[in-house]
Design a protein around this ligand. Structure first.
Ligand SMILES: NC(=O)c1ccc[n+]([C@@H]2O[C@H](COP(=O)([O-])OP(=O)(O)OC[C@H]3O[C@@H](n4cnc5c(N)ncnc54)[C@H](OP(=O)(O)O)[C@@H]3O)[C@@H](O)[C@H]2O)c1
Length: 245
């Protein structure tokens, strides 16, 4: 984790459960911190079997209201963070001829929604990145997996960064964003618990033959089912009716 001060909870669970967990400092936006963490793990245990790229946050705001620095910061964590950490780990997995990389994408890696262009585009990028890497890495015994959660009750909502301009009540998108926020509030209340995602990750990493994509949550299963059975236009209309009115 980037802030070791937050490590007490997981350390105490690990101690209680008798799990050999060690928390190391790693900020996905800082190359040095990544290299130090990977080096420390490698010298401690000699190998890395599993990499879960999980760090991420949401930037909210209509596209026109997003400042370039806000978009860049979003990409630094959600996309370039995944790229940096994966590139640091790959030489180790390639030499050991085994490993599995789990990239935490989202339902938002499969469809867009109003106010989510920055976040959604990082998750679409992770999907393309993972799908392409899978071909390259399989010959080295390394598997790539995408986990696509629906709405999960984590600290995600509290960590959302609202674009500065989108907070201006005079923004031409203010009403739209208000409608979307109200719709999301209902979804958040019905969100899944974190163990839904944990179980899916565990299933993927312990599978003999993991598939490229795993959905996590009943809501996302319904959305993807809809996406498969509807034309783009039908899906767009359904999303519009659900989120914007
Ligand atoms: N919750 C959902 O509904 C949902 C749905 C689909 C996908 N996801 C994805 O699930 C992943 C985990 O999110 P979450 O829901 O668990 O949200 P969360 O509770 O806010 O957790 C995000 C974690 O990422 C860490 N993080 C953020 N920036 C980092 C950085 N630069 N370096 C290292 N760690 C960093 C945060 O650390 P700090 O504690 O220091 O802030 C926090 O521990 C994200 O990729 C998110 O996009 C979430």
């Amino acid at each position: 984790m980037r802030n070791l001060g937050k490590g007490a909870t997981i350390q105490s669970v690990a101690t209680k459960e008798g799990l050999p967990i060690r928390v190391v400092q790693l900020n996905v936006t800082e190359e040095r911190s990544i290299n130090d963490a990977i080096h420390s793990i490698k010298s401690d245990v000699g190998k890395i079997d599993v990499l879960v790229n999980n760090a991420g946050y949401g930037l909210n705001g209509a596209f026109e209201d997003l400042a370039m620095e806000e978009i860049k910061a979003q990409y630094e964590t959600n996309l370039f963070g995944v790229i940096r950490v994966t590139q640091a780990v790959l030489p180790i997995m390639r030499k050991q001829k085994s490993g599995i990389i789990v990239n935490i994408s989202s339902g938002a890696g499969r469809f867009g929604y109003p106010g989510g262009s920055a976040y959604v585009s990082t998750k679409f990028a992770i999907e393309g990145l993972s799908e392409s890497m899978a071909y390259e890495l399989e010959p080295f015994g390394i598997r790539v997996v995408l986990v696509e959660p629906g709405v999960i009750k984590t600290n995600f909502v509290n960590s959302i960064v609202a674009a500065k301009k989108s907070q201006d009540p005079n923004s031409p998108y203010a009403q739209l964003m208000q409608n979307v926020a109200t719709s999301f509030q209902h979804m958040i209340e019905g969100g899944s618990s974190t163990d839904v995602v944990a179980k899916v990750v565990l299933k993927a990493v312990t599978s003999e033959n993991p598939t490229l994509r795993y959905l996590a949550g009943n809501d996302v299963e319904t959305w993807i089912e809809g996406k498969k059975s509807m034309s783009d236009e039908e899906f767009y209309k359904m999303m519009k009716e659900n989120l914007m009115t």
